[in-house]
Every structure is written in C-alpha cells, then in structure tokens.
Design a protein. Sequence first.
Length: 261
Amino acid sequence: MAKISAHTSSMNPSQVVSMIVFLVIVTAVHLLYQGAIRPFAEAAVAAYGSGATSNIWVILKDFEQQASVTIGLFCGFLIMYKYQRIVFHEEPLFTMDYLQAYDKTQALNVSEALNELEQSAYAENSSMSTWINCLRRYKNTQNVQHASNAITENVEMLAAQLESGNSMIRYFIWAIPSIGFIGTVRGIGSALAKAEEAVAGDISGMVDKLGVAFNSTLVSLIISIILMYLLHVLNNRQDEMVINTQKNCEKHLLTQLHQQE
C-alpha cells in the first residue's frame, strides 16, 4: 500500500516549517524594501515631487504596505502548500480502494479486513479511518444502511476538519485590510499635523502623509482580494476531495458489503 500521511485532517505545514518560511519571507521582503522599493520611491519623489503619488514605488514604500506584502506572501504559501498536498498526496489516497487485494467475486471477510486496516500504521488517517468505522459499524449491526451512515458521519467530520484547518489563513486575510486601515489612520493623523505648512503654501508634507493613508488601504485591499480568490480555489478543491471520498467508499466498500446480504 502506498505511504499515507498520518495527519491528513489539517494538511498544514508543521510549526517549524511555518516559522522558517515566515522568517525567510520577512527577511526577503525587508531586504527588497531597503534595497529597492524605498530608494526608488525616494528617487521618484525627488524627481517629480507631489506628482509622484501614482508611482508604484511610492505606493508601496510605507511600513503598512511592507507588513501587508509580508503577511500576504506567507498566507499565499499556506494556501499553496495545502493545495499541492491535496492534489499530489492526499487526493489519490482518499480515492484508494483499500480492499483491492480481496476477491470481488466472493463475499468479504469483514473481520479479517477490519483487523488488517486497524493494525495498519496509518489507521488514524482520515481516509482509512472512514473505512474502519464503516466496517466496524457493519460488523456490529450487520446492516449496510448503518454502515452507510457511518461513512456519511466520517465524511462530514472530514469536511469540518478541513474547514477548521483554514482558520489561520482566514485570520491573515482579515488582518491584512486591518493593517491597511491602521496606515489610513496614521496617514490622516500625520497629514493633519502638516496643516499649518499646507496653509503656508507647502503642501508636499500633507500630500505625502495622505499618500500613506490611501496607499496602505489600496495595497492591503488588493492583496486581500487575491488571497480570497486563492482561498476560494482551495475550498473548492477540498470540497471535491470530500465528495470523491464519499463516492469512493460507496463504490468500493458498500458494494462489497452488499454482497454479504
């Protein structure tokens, strides 16, 4: 039997891997900002003054945008990690026929099959545990409908586990616009402090601070929209896997159990 992960329910990277990737992203984005984005923004402001407000480097230059980009990249990593794990590792296993070694033309030895699956090193795997619970229910009740109910219950539990595994991703997607709003408040407050200079005729300071206010919200909302789409794609793939899991159980397992009657 192919090697099966023992932790299919969450499908998130380990805390060590997450921390390493987060630190790498923080460092890379900081170096990018210090080495390229902020120098380019300063050059654009020096060359065009208040007319540089639409320059991409000026839009990205502030700390709120840096934080949003950093969190957005890490959130994107979490989404892509789960997606590739579903596609290349978990989905094939969730559609596997664990009873393929048994002769389909003969009645299934439920006790033997159940014992084999229970002794597997991967008995806690969500896919295999669904088969185990179904066989156990049938062994106790000798009723295919009860076994079918066990499949439904386990599939619903799997769907709930997959959804709860996305809680950190949803938190980050919520946090990014909040960071943008913090930049908006900070920028407006700083712009009001430059009101006297603006009245005196120097509006450059107020324009710069208002740029912080609006650009931070703009960048954070764009990042949030992109991440929401990626999360939508991930959720759809998770739903497909849950549906395929139930279909697989009904096709291979319940068909075998019906032969018992």
